[in-house]
Design a binder for this molecule. Sequence first.
Ligand SMILES: O=P(O)(O)OC[C@H]1O[C@H](OP(=O)(O)OP(=O)(O)O)[C@H](O)[C@@H]1O
Ligand code: HPA
Ligand SMILES: [Mg+2]
Length: 162
Amino acid sequence: MSANRYQQHFTVSWDQLHRDVRALCHQLVERDFKGIIAITRGGLIPAALIARELNVRLIDTVCIKSYDHMDQGGLDVMKGVEHDGDGWLLVDDLVDTGKTARAVREMLPKAHFVTVYAKPEGRPLVDQCLTEVAQDCWIQFPWDMGIAYVEPLVDQVRGQTP
Ligand SMILES: O=P(O)(O)OC[C@H]1O[C@H](OP(=O)(O)OP(=O)(O)O)[C@H](O)[C@@H]1O
Ligand code: HPA
Ligand SMILES: [Mg+2]
């Protein structure tokens, strides 16, 4: 599948991401987890922030790749985990089509699975998420962006005078 299916953008700043992850933690704070499993790479930063809020020190990874930027390819699982996830918190940044989530759920059927963001096709596969966005919306994460100079509006609209 290709980038054409995304008609909108939802840009998430570092600050927004931090606030969203902390809000998600409010839904998790009463539970005890043996540890956290981050789905790399997107799940790593939310997992680190959640670990800090819930005071969890034991962190493992499932290493899996599905997208090359906006283009979805086959699933490539580079590292799994040798248990069924019972008592563990499983974390990813988002669920989109649910392809990644479905594969990880099969590996870790007993884990409590959370994402910060979710699109409708993938939402049923996670136990909890914070924010739902439209299926045709590309979520632009802060680690994929940089701060750049923006030309003043008057110059953008009228062009530079010689
Ligand atoms: O629900 P899906 O359609 O499967 O898409 C969601 C997955 O895609 C992204 O990972 P990606 O494969 O791009 O790798 P990355 O986390 O290393 O960026 C994202 O971090 C999720 O893991
Ligand atoms: O909307 C998205 N944003 C970033 N990475 C992704 N991987 C699948 N969907 C997305
Ligand atoms: Mg990912």
